[in-house]
Write a protein that binds this ligand. Structure first.
Ligand SMILES: *[C@@H]1O[C@H](CO)[C@@H](O)[C@H](O)[C@H]1NC(C)=O
Length: 496
C-alpha cells in the first residue's frame, strides 16, 4: 500500500466518524419549531423568532413550511436565522371539509421530527416574553389545558418519536376530532390529558431523573397565556411579569393586522418586538414588507394628487382663484334662504320666478341625502379597510384608513351631489321652457348660476354633516370591529 493511499484511508475513517458524531449531536439537540402555511403568517413567525432570540436562546429554530409559502418568505426566514424545512400537508382523512381545513393535521408532523430529541412547538401567533428553555425539561408530551377542559395545541413540548407518530397515523382514521383538525385529534389521542399533572420546571434534577416520565403533563397558563382570557377581565388574570408566552388567539384579531393594536393592549408587546426586527433582507427592517412599502406610498399620495387635480380642473379652470375665494367668502357671509333669495334677486330681477324655483326643491331631498350620506360613509369605511394593507404599522394603517375613507366618501357623496345638481338643472330648464319668455338664453344662464349657488350651500351643509359623522365613525371603528369580533368570543367563552 502506498503511503498516500494509507493517508487517504485514515482521512476517510475520520470523516465517517465525524459524520456519526455530527449526527449524534444533532439527534441530542433540541429545537423550537413553528409551522407556516402561507405568507400571511410570515411576520408572525419573524416576530416569534426574534422574541425567542431575545431570551438569549441559542437552540435551533425550525420553521416547517408547506407548499403555500413563497420562496421569498423562505429566504427571509432563513436570513432571520430559522432552519426552513419543507413539509407536505397532512389532511384529515375522515372529513370532507372546506378548503380551510386542508392540511389541518400537518401539525402532527412535529412528532416525526426525530432529528431532535425534544422540540418546543409554538404557533405563529404566539410570542415569547420570558425564557422558556425550562420547557425542554418536560417529559414526553406537554401542552396547556384551557378553561374549556381541552388541551390547546398552540404551545406544546414534544419528544419526537417514530413509534408515536406511526401510532397517531394509524389512529387518524378512527379517532374523533372535535375541531376537525390536529387540536381535536390530540384531545382524543391524549384522552386523559385533563387529569395529567402540572409540569414543574423547578423540580431538582435528581427528582426529575429518578421519576418515571409521565406520558403527558400540563403546562401552566403562563406558558400559553391566551389574550381571550385577557379580554374577559380587560387585564391579565395572572401577574403579567410571570408570563412566558402570550398567545394571540382572538379569531380575526391577529397581532400583525394594524387594527388589532388599537383594540388589544397586549399587542403592544408584539409590536415592540416587531419594530426591532432586523433588516435581514433589504427593506424588511421593523417587519416591513418591500411590496407593502410601495403600496403604502402610493396609497398615501394618490388621494392628495387627486385632490390637487380636482381642484385645478374644477375650480381654477372655470374661475380665477380670486373669484373662487370671493365665492367662498360670499357663501360664508350669507346663509340659507337669505343667500338664495339674495342671489336670485341680483342674478335675476324676476323675484317671482326665483321663488317659484326655490319651491321646486323637493322635500324628500333632505332625508334622501342623509341616507345616501350614511351609506356612502359606511361603504367608504368598508372599502378603505379593504384597500389598506393589513400588516402595516398601526399608525400607518390608521392614517391611511382616515385618508381613504374621506377620499372614497368625497367621491361617492360628491357624485351624488353632482347627480342631484344635474337633475335640478334639468328641472329648472323645464320650468324655464314653461315660462316661455323671450331672451331665455340670458335667463337660463342666470338660473344655472342661481341653482348652482343653492346646491353649493346644500353640498356644504351635507359635506359638513358627512365629515362630522366620519370623524366620529372612523375612531369608533375599533368599537364596531370589537363588538362583532369579541362578543361572540366572549359568549362562546362563557358557554364553554
Ligand atoms: C417521518 O419521518 C421519516 C424519517 O425522517 C420520513 O421518512 C417520513 O417520510 C416522515 N413521515 C411523514 C408522513 O412525513
Amino acid at each position: 500500500m502506498k503511503p498516500s493511499n494509507w493517508r487517504l484511508g485514515i482521512v476517510l475513517i475520520l470523516f465517517t466518524l465525524s459524520q456519526h458524531t455530527i449526527h449524534a449531536l444533532q439527534s441530542s439537540a433540541e429545537a423550537y419549531v413553528t409551522l407556516l402555511y402561507g405568507d400571511e403568517f410570515l411576520l408572525g413567525v419573524r416576530v416569534l423568532g426574534k422574541s425567542i432570540r431575545d431570551t438569549r436562546s441559542t437552540k435551533d429554530m425550525v420553521a416547517l413550511v408547506s407548499d403555500g409559502v413563497s420562496d421569498y418568505a423562505k429566504n427571509l426566514l432563513q436570513a432571520d436565522g430559522w432552519i426552513v424545512k419543507l413539509i407536505s400537508l397532512l389532511a384529515n382523512p375522515n372529513q370532507v371539509r372546506p378548503t380551510r381545513f386542508w392540511g389541518v393535521y400537518t401539525k402532527l408532523k412535529i412528532f416525526n421530527m426525530t432529528d431532535y430529541k425534544k422540540v418546543v412547538y409554538l404557533d405563529a401567533d404566539t410570542i415569547v416574553v420570558k425564557s422558556i428553555e425550562d420547557l425542554f425539561k418536560c417529559g414526553k408530551f406537554c401542552a396547556n389545558l384551557k378553561h374549556s377542559e381541552r388541551l390547546n395545541s398552540g404551545v406544546m413540548v414534544v419528544e419526537p418519536s417514530q413509534a408515536v407518530f406511526n401510532d397517531m397515523m394509524s389512529q387518524v382514521k378512527t379517532l374523533r376530532s372535535y375541531t376537525g383538525g390536529d387540536q381535536g385529534f390530540l384531545n382524543s389521542y391524549y384522552a386523559g390529558f385533563p387529569n395529567a399533572h402540572v409540569f414543574e420546571p423547578d423540580l431538582p434534577q435528581h427528582v426529575l431523573n429518578s421519576r418515571t416520565v409521565p406520558d403527558m403533563e400540563r403546562l401552566s397558563t403562563l406558558y400559553n397565556a391566551d389574550v381571550g382570557l385577557y379580554m374577559l377581565a380587560n387585564k391579565w388574570m395572572v401577574d403579567e411579569d410571570l408570563l412566558h408566552v402570550i398567545h394571540y388567539t382572538l379569531g380575526p384579531l391577529k397581532p400583525w393586522d394594524w387594527w388589532t393594536s388599537w383594540l388589544l393592549k397586549p399587542v403592544d408587546v408584539w409590536q415592540n418586538v416587531r419594530e426591532q426586527l432586523q433588516e435581514s433582507l433589504p427593506g424588511t427592517g421593523g417587519g416591513r414588507n418591500p411590496n407593502d412599502e410601495l403600496l403604502v406610498k402610493l396609497l398615501f399620495l394618490l388621494p392628495l394628487f387627486a385632490l390637487l387635480f380636482c381642484y385645478y380642473r374644477y375650480f381654477l379652470q372655470t374661475r380665477s382663484f380670486c373669484d373662487h375665494i370671493r365665492h367662498l367668502s360670499y357663501i360664508f357671509r350669507s346663509r340659507g334662504a337669505l343667500a338664495y333669495s339674495a342671489v336670485s334677486s341680483t342674478a335675476n330681477s324676476n323675484q317671482q320666478f326665483s321663488n317659484g324655483a326655490q319651491s321646486k326643491v323637493p322635500a324628500f331631498l333632505g332625508g334622501l341625502s342623509v341616507s345616501v350620506c350614511l351609506v356612502a360613509a359606511l361603504v367608504s369605511l368598508a372599502l378603505a379597510l379593504m384597500i389598506v394593507p393589513r400588516q402595516v404599522m398601526p399608525w400607518t394603517g390608521l392614517l391611511l384608513m382616515y385618508e381613504w375613507t374621506f377620499t372614497i366618501f368625497f367621491l361617492l357623496f360628491g357624485s351624488y351631489l353632482y347627480l342631484i345638481y344635474q337633475w335640478g338643472k334639468m328641472k329648472a330648464n323645464q320650468v324655464g321652457s314653461f315660462s316661455s319668455r323671450p331672451g331665455s338664453i340670458d335667463c337660463d344662464s342666470g338660473k344655472g348660476h342661481q341653482l348652482q349657488v343653492s346646491s353649493y350651500d346644500v353640498a356644504i351643509c351635507y359635506y359638513g354633516l358627512g365629515m362630522a359623522f366620519l370623524a366620529i365613525a372612523a375612531p369608533s371603528l375599533p368599537c364596531f370591529l370589537g363588538i362583532t369580533a369579541l362578543f361572540p368570543r366572549y359568549f362562546a367563552g362563557k358557554v364553554l
